[in-house]
Ligand binder design. Structure first.
Ligand code: MOS
Length: 711
């Protein structure tokens, strides 16, 4: 009997449930007696509610209640530390006062027997405002503050960093390049809308919620209502994509729970697609100025990277824009600075490789511009600046496979056939462009717990309160458990998505495999040893049969001091072929080849699938995605799938090649995995814009590269 299943391309264990529709998502749970809630939202970006009339809505058919700031119960809103540290702002308090801080802020909640009744009544609520001057466009943003709430392995990262003397080095540099790169606001746009069903039973609350972190939802709602977190159960077995929008608990969850408490009924609240642009975060609009100084032979002498982004007036959310710049390439003189502009918008959040994907767009675009200026091959330029260690943290890398990634991806791509001259390669009337970029994403590893329960019939149930928004956590954890226990995978069941299960960290930051996987491994190891010892057998199935009763073992894992000894990151290289129509300005991505050094790969099938998803996300970022903000009022006129373009099947290149270079990193975590969820998107956008430059001779520094920018 072979049980080696780590490293095997196992198909999703929940695949059948998903394709047959038996996997239940938040809004699909059948809760008897459920009433329906619809949110009324502000139509101004800043000011006060002068008056609000809910009388006709109250009288409308089927309506149970209409809550506004005038009649809603006051909530405790205790401080809660998640995503944005309370030191850097206080989350939006819903229906607590007459203040409006952003367009689309909830100002009333209508609850009715039927959804359609609630939707109709919501149109009858009338508000008059006392508007105040609003800033919703970063171009007009007022005072800026240092951005400083980002954390790295539990430590706060500085908003500013300096080594050497960048100003003097720039003044003396043989080659100098100074450019600004702009990424507009983008929204997560998962297929599944955010939804919550809330049901109170006395002072106990059950929430069926779309979330990437069930325990955080419980903790945050407990803080909002001033009740113990143990009183709240959060259930979230399946998440239909999230990309970061489910990392924190947004105001609509509070509204669902509030509505349920006031009406004494279970309440379902599902956001519309349009509402998804007004209350569950977005990738912030960023402006990044990068100045590079180098010698003629392509050695970096100085980097200055100045990043600037939007945030709300009530919270400082800071993206990790500058982190890669601090260590990715060797450079003795580096200055980085991150600032945020408080504006009349709702708080942005993490989205699809947050920070790294944006910062790397600027840095790897600038590196390509430098390669062109110096007439050096872009891979060669990076090899000449390959660092021996992390020069920011002054630590060795636990492992770093950039060289192998450049080599493997370049070879697969056929890079040596590239004519470096822009506009030199054609396919009929199409201009061909080849571009590349480096990718990196931190190895995140956080405390996690798991429980393994072995049964006399030779099966096992393994649990941890993690989430699976799509990467395949149900499957990969089953693999880790089966291999560790030495049981066939069919006899192992892994369960996640419920606060009654052992606590897991946020399902984000590419940390689930490392963290939950290591906890699952530890719990299974313990359970197996225990069962073998107590059952008096060498075979686990035999030991369990002899024992005749279940055996349970729990494990809690947490990082050691490796973060003080090593700089730990996944690295990769992305190569792209585009074709550009010279008359219409249309860009098509034909090929993407990505090579990654991401530690051990537990499931090459789901991991490849995840990388393809990241690459396609990169195409969206580079060529299509843009949440347009109307500077007059903060509205998003394209808050729908007709006008917010995302890549569809027809936009996916026929060739997406994913290479994992072999890496055995004993330092990062017990499973030796680094995570691939986000690195797969990092580097794709600059590889595409670098390819577009190669195709057309036009350098586009403002995403997305829509046809108008190429004409
Ligand atoms: Mo990810 S943006 O950490 O879900």
């Amino acid at each position: 009997m072979t049980t080696a299943v780590i490293g095997k391309p196992i198909s999703r264990v929940d695949g059948r449930q998903k394709v047959t529709g038996t996997a239940s998502y938040a809004a699909e749970f059948e809760v008897p007696g459920v009433a329906h809630a619809v949110v009324v939202r502000s139509t101004i970006p800043n000011g006060r509610i002068a008056s609000i009339d809910n009388a006709s809505a109250e009288r409308s058919s089927g309506v149970l209640t209409v809550l506004t700031h005038r009649n809603a119960p006051r909530l405790a809103y205790r401080p809660h530390n998640a995503v944005v540290d309370p030191e850097f702002g206080e989350r939006l308090h819903v229906l607590q006062d007459d203040r409006v801080s952003h367009q689309g802020q909830p100002i009333a909640l209508v609850i009715a027997e039927k959804l359609e009744q609630a939707q109709h009544a919501a149109t009858l609520v009338r508000a008059n405002y006392a508007p105040e001057q609003a800033i919703t466009d970063i171009v007009h943003a007022g005072p800026v503050r240092p951005g400083h709430n980002q954390t790295d392995q539990g430590q706060r990262r500085p908003s500013e960093s300096r080594r050497g003397d960048p100003e003097a080095a720039l003044a003396a540099a043989e080659i100098k390049l100074d450019q600004t790169y702009v990424i507009p606001r983008e929204n997560h746009n998962p297929i599944e809308m955010h939804a919550t069903i809330a049901a109170w039973d006395g002072d106990r609350l059950t929430l069926w919620d779309k979330t990437q972190w069930v325990h955080n939802t419980a903790d945050e709602i407990a803080a909002v209502f001033g009740i113990p977190a143990e009183n709240i159960r959060v259930i979230s077995p399946f998440v239909g994509g999230a990309f970061g929008s489910g990392l924190r608990t947004w105001p609509h969850v509070t509204l669902a729970a509030l509505g349920a408490r006031v009406t004494g009924r279970p309440v379902k609240l599902m956001l519309s697609r349009r509402e998804m642009y007004y209350g569950v975060g977005y990738r912030p609009h960023t402006v990044q100025r990068v100045t590079l100084g180098a010698s003629r032979d392509g050695r970096l002498a100085a980097i200055v990277h100045d990043g600037f982004q939007e945030t709300s007036t009530y919270e400082d959310f800071t993206e990790a824009l500058l982190n890669p710049t601090r260590f990715l390439h060797s450079c003795p003189n580096v200055y980085t600075r991150h600032r945020v502009a408080p504006m009349n918008v709702h708080t942005p959040t993490y989205m699809r490789a947050p920070g790294e994907v944006s910062g790397i767009f600027a840095l790897e675009s600038a590196m390509d511009e430098l390669a062109v200026a110096l007439n050096i091959d872009p891979i060669e330029l990076r090899l000449r600046n390959e660092p021996e260690r992390d020069e920011f943290k002054n630590l060795p890398f636990s492992s770093r496979s950039t060289r192998e990634c450049y080599r493997a991806a370049a070879e697969r791509f056929g890079w040596n056939r590239r004519n470096p001259q822009p506009r030199s390669m054609r396919d009929g009337r199409w201009l061909i462009g080849w571009g590349m970029a480096t990718a990196t994403y931190p190895m995140n590893y956080a405390p996690a717990s798991a429980m393994a329960r072995l049964l006399p019939d030779g099966t096992a149930e393994v649990t941890s309160a993690s989430s699976d928004m799509g990467p395949g956590t149900w499957t990969s954890m089953t693999q880790v458990a089966a291999e560790t226990l030495g049981l066939p995978i069919e006899r192992v069941k892994f369960i996640l998505g419920d606060t009654r299960l052992p606590r897991a960290p946020v399902h984000g930051g590419s940390m689930t495999m490392a963290s939950v996987g290591s906890a699952v491994q530890a719990a299974c190891r313990k359970a197996r040893e225990d069962a073998l010892a107590r059952g008096g057998a060498n075979d686990l199935t035999e030991a369990m049969r002899r024992l005749g009763q279940p055996i349970e073992a729990s494990a809690d894992i947490k990082p050691g001091d490796e973060g003080q000894r090593f700089s730990m990151h996944a690295f990769g290289a992305v190569f792209v072929e585009v074709v550009v129509d010279p008359d219409l300005g249309e860009t098509r991505v034909r090929r993407i080849v990505g090579a990654y050094g991401a530690g051990r790969i537990v499931n090459p099938k789901t991991t490849r699938s995840q990388c393809i998803g990241g690459m396609i996300g990169g195409i969206g970022m580079a060529l299509m995605e843009h949440s347009v903000v109307d500077a007059r009022n903060g509205r998003v006129p394209n808050a729908n799938f007709a006008e917010y373009a995302v890549p569809v099947h027809a936009d996916a290149p026929p060739i997406m090649d994913v290479i994992f270079v072999e890496e055995h990193d004993p330092h990062v975590n017990p499973l030796s995995v680094k995570g691939v969820g986000e690195i797969a998107m990092v580097g794709v956008a600059p590889a595409i814009t670098n390819a577009i430059f190669h195709a057309t001779g036009k350098r586009i520094r403002q995403l997305p590269v829509t046809p108008d920018k190429l004409l």
